[in-house]
Design a protein around this ligand. Structure first.
Ligand code: PHE
Length: 451
């Protein structure tokens, strides 16, 4: 593969490096923290089926659209729209993306900081010495403290910055090549441990035997929103990663492969968690506290629990790291092109601003919890605005852009598809299926916040 593209930007060194980086972006807190708890809250297997349908009908087509835009233009999330439709307002799609990247990374860093802190608590034995019934208070107490979670968030953001500063090949690609296989091995060990526990069967059937009566409209919308978040879509991440691609990578194959890896990882994370939760008679619907409260209590009951708890929190920290890298790269790529900044300058400045913006999110779980926006604390408000409004909106505009603003011939060529049946189905998905479903989500969202 060539080293530099015509604009003098870096390119991925290898195809596998690109695939691992894109998988690293997709596989993150969404897979290990959010997917299991929303599955638990929304009734298990039936929810998973709806989620899989969303991935296939909307996720994969939009991922392919993002890669096509990025690779064609070799530009960042905003520049790519300007290049394809000069003088038209489509670039706002990328602008939403850059804003969403700021917002998401600000609170993502907070949760990743918790995971880092729990890794050390697991290592030094502190975590498993807490009586199970006090695990919730311990977690609440920790995230409600002012200073400590912010220092962990700072450490996490520092690691993210140090990797992104090194650039595409020597930073992002190199680290994903080390971290992603590690992640796979960690998860495999945890799955084997979990499914071989006595009583694991109930957890497995919770995941795989659907009860459609447990499914609500809201669950369908949660599934769609999460499909975006989990595949890193609607934010320009895959446009940006796609912009470092040479022409000789087949985009449809890459999109399907990355989506399968992401979904497989979420299901495996479920298999690492629920069989263990059921085996020890815990509540699968514990919500966001599932992995920080329920699981440590599960590890206490398990032989060699400390060892597995260290592996588990390390797994979450590493998964969060490879995703955070891809989020920071979105504004970094934009600022380098637009303002002529060096990568060093862009990464340090933007990384620092994002860290600072995350501080109120962290504080809103303790000292600042009295401050609310539309009834939500700062953390939840930022998450809600970014994940439930900006990402679906970004995805909607991306689908409309490729489906309607580009000619089908041009679009299918950019995506390595001819105007064959698959090409036509792809355009149809972008023109109609994805927009209609996303509009439903957005309408529903405006209904539940009740301005
Ligand atoms: N996909 C990541 C996860 O599942 C989060 C993410 C969202 C990353 C949007 C990039 C862009 O945790």
């Amino acid at each position: 593969m060539s080293q530099l593209d015509p604009h003098g930007r870096e390119q991925w060194k290898t195809r596998s490096g690109f695939m691992l980086a894109a998988m690293g972006s997709a596989i993150g807190l969404g897979n290990i923290w959010k997917f299991p708890y929303i599955t638990g809250e929304n009734g298990g297997a039936a929810f998973i089926i709806v989620y899989l349908v969303c991935i296939a009908l909307i996720g994969i087509p939009i991922m392919l659209a993002e890669f096509s835009i990025g690779r064609k233009t070799q530009k960042d999330a905003i520049g790519s729209f300007q290049e394809l439709t000069p003088g038209k307002p489509w670039f706002v799609t990328g602008l939403f993306g850059v804003v969403a990247a700021f917002l998401i990374l600000s609170f993502y860093g907070v949760v990743a900081g918790w995971a880092l802190s729990y890794t050390t608590k697991a290592m030094n034995g502190e975590l498993l010495s807490i009586p199970a019934e006090q695990m919730g208070d311990h977690f609440g107490g920790f995230i409600g403290t002012s200073l400590s979670p912010i220092l962990w968030q700072l450490l996490f953001m520092f690691i993210v910055i140090v990797i992104v500063v090194k650039g595409i090949k020597e930073g992002i690609e190199k680290w994903n090549k080390i971290l992603m296989p590690t992640l796979g091995v960690l998860l495999l060990i945890l799955v084997i441990r979990s499914v071989t526990l006595p009583g694991a069967g109930d957890g497995i059937s919770f995941l795989f035997s659907p009860d459609f009566s447990a499914l609500s409209t809201e669950a369908v919308l949660v599934a769609l929103g999460h499909a975006f978040f989990s595949l890193s879509l609607g934010m320009g991440t895959m446009i940006t990663y796609g912009s470092y691609l040479p022409k000789n990578v087949n985009l449809p194959t890459a999109s399907v492969g990355i989506s399968l890896a992401d979904t497989g990882f979420a299901l495996f994370a479920g298999l690492a968690i629920f069989p263990a939760v059921f085996a020890f008679g815990m509540d699968p619907g514990a919500g966001p506290g599932l992995i920080f409260i329920t699981l440590p209590a599960v590890f206490e009951l398990m032989p060699f629990g400390q060892f597995f708890s260290v592996l588990f929190f390390l797994l979450i920290s590493v998964a969060a790291l490879t995703s955070a890298i891809s989020i920071l790269e979105v504004p970094v790529a934009y600022f380098i092109r637009k303002f002529g900044w060096t990568r060093q300058k862009a990464t340090w400045i933007l990384g620092t601003i994002i860290f600072l913006f995350g501080i109120p999110s962290s504080l809103s779980l303790g000292a600042w919890s009295g401050f609310t926006i539309f009834g939500l604390n700062f953390f939840d408000a930022v998450d809600f605005l970014a994940s439930n409004i900006l990402l679906p909106l970004g995805g909607l505009l991306t689908a409309l852009f490729v489906g309607w603003a580009l000619k089908p011939k041009q679009a299918t060529e950019m995506a390595d598809l001819s105007e064959s049946t698959i090409g036509k189905l792809w355009i149809f998905a972008l023109r109609f299926v994805a927009p209609v479903l996303i509009v439903f989500v957005l309408l529903f969202v405006t209904k539940i916040i009740q301005f």
